[in-house]
Design a protein. Structure first.
Lengths: 281, 330, 371
């Protein structure tokens, strides 16, 4: 019987520091055994449990897209209270960790085909949206999706992650990128404003569109209003929720919102589904 | 006594002196009462007072005064509470440690005559595992139990009292707003510590073996901690992950560390209410360790917890003439 | 199973019978331990406590122990960049193949046997299977003992149970006094009694009549019950009602109800490191899982400091809703068998039956009583 609790060994190939505060890093992981790479088939929006033997596990959203074949990437923020994330941030390329997954439902990419995508991200939660963006921008996939609008905000310019990638996207003509910060600095020449307000300014059309939001709970709450005002229907608004997750497979009983388990029935939920669930998250 | 209690509570609600009253009401099992929270004067009829009211009600007080509830414009609740001697001593401790404000409490003190230990009923001829008690009645110092085969047994209440109640020295709270009943029971100091002195005479190996045997029963349910009014820490050391002081399983060394840690955190604070002993589902003899610490604190510092609001707790007080050898000559 | 052959074994022969099976089976029986009855490994010397009511902790601890090693690991030779040694992620971690000992659980009560079939739905399932529970349970033989004397805290009849319930068991036994009547339920149970023919005799009509009489009396003894018809539907609308403000009040937030419960299964996964004697750094370790409880304050605490269930109210609501609404939604079963352990052992006498009665007695739950 397959044992879903066993981690598969991977090696860290590269570590990129993503932000000025240096507490968000992207880890590029390669499977030690090529066979495991073949088995690890994932979709955008799924997560995996990163395992450090002797320390513990942490559930992290997958930042790379399924089209990136050689590596799996994870962007991990270090929490002071986090035993595992703190330990991960002390590692270097060449070190080995474990990975369990992929878990979760992921974004229903097939359902999005033929629609416009409005992607709204805040802070470090942008990671799975980055996976989705890389996927839809890939030459094999781009044609199946219509207009793509990204609105990504962070507290300060230094806190924007995936800076080099954002630059590349800005230079493309098949995607509209709007970046914003809550507070600018002397070098920032872009927009300054909270994400919900910028969303009102950008005013993407809700016709034949799907909205995808990932961010801190408070940003998500305040982004709902402009989205609804723009005419987005609850079943067309998608979130990725966070919850304390342990086993990742719906057995340990910890991550539920009502009868739904964030690790199994989520982490992606539509606003419509969320409206039907208890407000306990 | 119960009528007096009800009368007092009715008056408190009528005069709008309290928002909620914590007392006891009838339990759903024989020989049990259960904590009761009253906000409507109509519910005052539910209150009871008998020899099964052993729960320490002070454990519920810190919940009403959590820091996050103390916002600027939020009025803190005024709480009435029925307090036996032990509850009263807990309240003194909680006020001293700034967990509850005295001005928000209305303490109805009651002189307690002692509470029954259900396990003793078992020894009096009712093997609870095999023959179940289905009804019990208290009358004139006697407890009449009826088992499922309709057999009735009459037992002397005094013989069924819990050990902690038998040796209780302050059966009524020392701070109160009104006191019902007269404090009569008083145990001599020397008698209280007799069982500890007996145990202390045993050789070290035997005492260690007993400790191990007792705590090996522990299932880490934390009932002892949750029932104790002094254990109000937001994050208990036993569950911290950074640093991880102890493991979370029922491994014997983790259990020993947890038990020792928790009991030592009570040094100078434990008021010997027995809530931990009663809460423990596995029947661990905790009191032999908790009372040892009470005895030691009395000997070393001449201090007893829960008696005075003014006296400074020795383990939280620095005096300039405190011994320093442990630093200078470790 | 109308044609099932009912068998008789003399009570005084049972110990020898179990003894004869010791080599082939890993036998667990109820045994006295520290004044309570617990399931422990069968020891030839001790008699079965035939009149026992129920074990302190439910027998879920046999297939789902309080602490269980998921797998072990050893320190490798390569140093990590931070100076410590990396633990080798072994491809076939030691101890990860869950135990496949031939379990024989003897003398379990029907409510606890029913609980096994509920736990099987959780640990099994179409998506992920939990090999640690499933492997143990798969080849275990369950022999339950019908209840002659239900307790005042028993309310199994409110939850599809009864003193001689057959759900989840391979053979059910009836204590007739001198004799034990055995009724095989499953194919495994039938095979078991057939293979051990020499110990059993055919049951006589008088035995069966005696059994029926005992069960009638036993059923009548269960006087406490709650009408739980449509409780799942009732609770669908109950998340925001003000009644939750009262239900939690006396709860202490300990884990007694969850740990003793035969259908509670929440667990924690944690890593532990070990030192070989004399070594200064840990050289081996294991990943373990252990029981956890939704009643504990830190159960759902996020690393960010946010806790979606910050007070006793949310946690109590979670417990009740999970057992009586979420599990029926996900598994089509209420995760309670009415064994009464939570009622009997709660330090503050918070009675689940009272809670259920209050919830059931609310008229139209939805719009009126909002918090």
């Amino acid at each position: 019987m397959n044992n879903p609790y066993l981690p598969i060994p991977v090696t860290i190939k590269k570590i990129t520091i993503e932000n000025e505060a240096r507490d968000i890093k992207t880890f590029d992981l390669a499977f030690n055994d090529k066979k495991d790479a073949g088995k690890f088939k994932y979709t955008c929006g799924q997560f995996a449990e990163i395992s450090m033997l002797g320390i513990g596990e942490a559930p992290i959203g997958i930042a790379s897209s399924p089209m990136d074949e050689e590596l799996v990437q994870f962007t991990i923020k270090k929490y002071i209270t986090g035993v595992v994330t703190s330990a991960l941030h002390n590692l270097c390329p060449g070190d080995m960790v474990g990975i369990r997954g992929p878990f979760g439902n992921g974004f229903p990419m097939k359902d999005f085909e033929g629609s416009n995508l409005v992607i709204v991200g805040g802070g470090f939660a942008f990671t799975t949206l980055r996976s989705l963006t890389r996927y839809v921008l890939h030459e094999k996939n781009r044609v199946r999706f219509k207009d793509i609008t990204i609105l990504y905000g962070a507290r300060t310019p230094g806190e924007l992650i995936y800076k080099s990638e954002l630059k590349q996207w800005e230079e493309r003509d098949d995607i509209n990128v709007h970046l914003t910060v809550d507070r600018g600095d002397e070098n920032w020449k872009g927009r300054v404003g909270l994400v919900p307000n910028v969303l009102r300014e950008v005013a993407p059309s809700s016709k034949n569109s799907v909205a995808l939001i990932c961010g801190p709970l408070i940003m998500v709450k305040y982004t709902m209003l402009p989205l609804m005002d723009l005419g987005f229907k609850p079943e067309k608004i998608f979130f990725s929720l966070e919850m304390r997750i342990k086993c990742g497979i719906g057995k340990c009983g910890r991550c539920n919102i009502g009868p739904k388990y964030v690790c199994k029935d989520g982490p992606v939920f539509t606003y419509k589904e969320l409206q039907g669930l208890p407000q306990e998250y | 006594m119960i009528e007096k209690i009800k009368e007092t509570v009715k008056k408190l609600f009528k005069e709008n002196k309290i928002d909620i009253f914590i007392g006891y009401s009838e339990g759903t099992l024989p020989l049990r009462s259960t904590p009761c929270f009253i906000t409507e004067p109509d519910d005052i009829e539910k209150l009871v007072w008998n020899s099964y009211c052993f729960n320490n009600l002070a454990v519920y007080l810190p919940r009403f005064f959590l820091p996050q509830l103390q916002k600027k414009d939020v009025k803190l609740p005024r709480i009435g509470i029925l307090a036996k001697g032990c509850d009263g001593r807990s309240i003194v401790g909680l006020i001293k440690e700034h967990q509850i404000p005295r001005e928000n409490l209305y303490i109805i003190g009651i002189a307690c005559k002692g509470m029954i230990d259900i396990k003793k009923i078992q020894n009096a001829g009712c093997k609870i595992q095999e023959v179940e008690i289905v009804a019990a009645e208290e009358k004139n110092g006697k407890v009449l139990v009826e088992d499922e085969d309709k057999k009735k047994i009459e037992l002397e209440k005094e013989e069924l009292l819990a050990e902690v109640c038998k040796s209780c020295q302050y059966t009524a709270p020392l701070i109160y707003d009104v006191l019902i009943g007269e404090e009569k029971r008083k145990t001599k100091e020397e008698e209280r510590a007799a069982f500890i002195e007996e145990f202390e005479k045993k050789p070290l190996e035997e005492r260690w073996k007993y400790f191990q045997e007792q705590v090996s029963k522990c299932i880490r349910c934390y009932a002892c901690r949750q029932a104790c009014p002094n254990c109000y820490c937001k994050e208990c050391f036993a569950e911290q992950t950074k640093p991880e002081w102890i493991g979370v399983t029922d491994n014997i060394s983790d259990i020993m560390f947890f038990q020792m840690g928790r009991i030592f955190h009570q040094a100078g604070r434990c008021i010997d209410c027995g809530a931990c002993v009663r809460a423990c589902p596995m029947g661990i003899d905790l009191r032999i360790f908790t009372y040892k610490l009470i005895k030691d604190v009395k000997e070393f510092f001449g201090y007893e917890a829960g008696i005075s609001l003014e006296e400074a707790p020795p383990l939280a007080t620095f005096k300039s003439d405190d011994k320093q050898e442990f630093i200078t000559e470790p | 199973m109308e044609n099932v052959k009912l068998k008789i074994i003399k009570k005084k022969d049972v110990l020898n019978f179990l003894d004869s099976l010791k080599k082939e089976y890993n036998i667990f029986v109820p045994m006295e331990k520290n004044g309570d009855i617990r399931f422990s490994k069968f020891n030839s010397g001790e008699d079965i406590p035939w009149n026992y009511r129920n074990t302190k902790i439910s027998p879920k601890e046999i297939f789902f122990p309080q602490t269980e090693t998921l797998f072990s690991f050893e320190a490798g030779t390569s140093a990590l960049s931070n100076g410590s040694r990396a633990f080798k992620p072994i491809n076939e971690p030691k101890g990860s193949t869950p135990g496949t000992t031939n379990y024989l659980i003897f003398g379990i009560r029907p409510c606890d046997a029913q609980a096994f079939s509920l736990l099987g739905k959780l640990f099994g399932g179409d998506d992920f299977q939990d090999p640690y529970y499933i492997e143990k349970r798969k080849q275990a033989t369950i022999i339950s003992l019908a209840c002659n004397k239900p307790q005042i805290t028993c309310f199994c009849t409110s939850l599809k149970g009864k003193p001689d319930n057959e759900e989840g068991t391979d053979i059910i036994l009836f204590d007739l006094g001198e004799n034990i009547l055995a009724k095989p339920i499953t194919k495994r149970g039938e095979k078991f009694t057939e293979n051990l023919n020499s110990w059993f005799k055919e049951a006589k009509k008088s035995d069966v009549e005696k059994k029926n009489k005992l069960m009638d009396l036993s059923l009548k003894k269960i006087r406490s019950g709650v009408n739980l018809q449509n409780i799942k539907e009732k609770l669908d609308e109950a998340f925001d009602i003000s009644l939750w403000n009262e239900i939690h009040q006396k709860c202490l937030g300990c884990g007694i109800c969850t740990y003793l419960c035969p259908t509670c299964y929440c667990f924690n996964i944690t890593d532990e490191k070990d030192h070989v004697a004399g070594a200064s750094t840990p050289s081996r370790g294991k990943r373990i899982r252990c029981w956890d409880s939704c009643m504990f304050p830190l159960f759902t605490l996020h690393a960010s400091g946010h806790n979606p269930r910050p007070t006793y109210k949310e946690r109590m609501r979670q417990r009740i809703m999970h057992k009586f609404n979420y599990c029926p939604e996900n598994f089509k079963e209420i995760f309670c068998v009415g064994c009464g352990r939570c009622i009997r052992n709660c330090p503050v006498n918070l009675d689940l039956r009272e809670v259920l009665v209050s919830l059931m007695s609310l008229g139209s739950l939805c719009k009126d009583k909002k918090i």
